[in-house]
Design a protein around this ligand. Structure first.
Ligand code: AFP
Length: 326
């Protein structure tokens, strides 16, 4: 691999000492998870723990392992005040004198583990509102506009850490020789348009009518706009979004008919991806509103999402504004 700047050096030059520390701790966690994902069989980490998480989903051994690793590293950073994870029902105070509040999906796409398909970690970071001491729910329930850094790691055919601290989106690849991250893409921009749409099309009849109209538009023939577009769906948001950042297109998990919320979680899936997408020049909405403007009201709140190339998200909004019969 041709080595770019190391992550530590890059952060030294672009972020405060405390934020660097926070991000480097999460990055260390992703290295451990990358190793675990690649050695799942020999580490006896496949299969489920037999428990169910707060979302009602079966907890995989690797989910549990990932949660513990990321939480321990956030704690040892000394700057992480509060921690919320998809795997924990409540929030945790890690360091009463810390500044940062971290919301994380430690292992996104865990259904992909047993088939050796990509999985990842997604996180977002805000500053605490409460004074020093134990953290409170309001520290976590901040809109995406308050995010100071967000990112994800994808454990795919290679391991890549992607993040933004508010000045562009940067990608760092994990070098297996020295187990260090090196910059491979800087200031990533999502193309303004694209020829890929990504959703669980098997659920189409359950989704809001606008989503059905949008998919019908994506699959219609039109030479001028190069339609029909291609459908790609990996079933791990991290992987579907990683492709969207690099190749363009749109990823959707719309609301079901008659509902306003979707399946994905606002604090540790939708907000971090929306933040990165806007940093990369794209757009992210819940069907009608910009995701980063939504005021969260619950820790594990769900949210509909339509995210990716500006022009495609704008097209979805046009259909929504025109109104469709259910
Ligand atoms: P987990 O983090 O629980 O593994 O969830 C995966 C996920 O939230 C997201 O990464 C996928 O895009 C989505 O679920 C897939 O959902 P469907 O199976 O309903 O298509």
């Amino acid at each position: 691999m041709q080595k770019g700047k190391s992550l530590a050096k890059f952060l030294q030059e672009t972020a405060s000492a405390d934020l660097s520390r926070m991000l480097l701790s999460i990055a260390e966690g992703t290295k451990a998870l990358s190793h675990a994902v690649r050695n799942i069989g020999v580490l006896n980490l496949s299969g489920s723990t037999g428990e169910t998480n707060v979302q009602g989903e079966t907890v995989q051994k690797l989910d549990d392992f990932s949660n513990n690793i990321i939480m321990d590293l956030c704690r040892s950073s000394g700057v992480c005040a509060g921690f919320l994870s998809e795997e924990n029902e409540g929030l945790a105070t890690l360091s009463e004198a810390g500044t940062y509040i971290v919301s994380v999906d430690p292992l996104d796409g865990s259904g992909n583990i047993d088939i050796a398909a990509p999985v990842g970690t997604i996180f977002s970071i805000v500053e605490r509102i409460s004074p020093h001491g134990p953290v409170s729910a309001e520290d976590f329930l901040q809109p995406g506009e308050k995010v100071v850094a967000a990112g994800y790691a994808i454990y795919g055919s290679s391991t890549i850490l992607v993040f933004s601290t508010g000045s562009g989106v940067h990608m760092f690849s994990l070098n297996s020789d020295d187990n260090q991250y090196y910059k491979t893409h800087t200031n990533v921009t999502i193309p303004s348009n694209g020829k890929i749409y990504s959703l669980n099309q098997g659920n189409l009849s359950k989704f809001e009518p606008v989503a059905q109209q949008f998919v019908a538009w994506c699959t219609a023939h039109d030479k001028a706009t190069s339609r029909p577009y291609s459908l790609r769906y990996i079933g791990a948001m991290v992987a579907d979004m990683h492709r969207t950042f690099l190749k363009g297109g749109v990823f959707l998990y719309p609301a079901a008919k008659g509902e306003t919320k979707g399946k994905l979680r606002l604090l540790y899936e939708c907000i971090p991806m929306a933040y990165l997408t806007e940093q990369a020049g794209g757009r992210a909405i819940n069907g009608s509103r910009r995701i980063l403007e939504i005021q969260p009201t619950e820790l594990h709140e769900r949210c509909a999402i339509i995210i990716g190339c500006r022009d495609l998200v704008a097209r979805y909004l046009e259909f929504a504004a025109a109104g469709v019969d259910a």
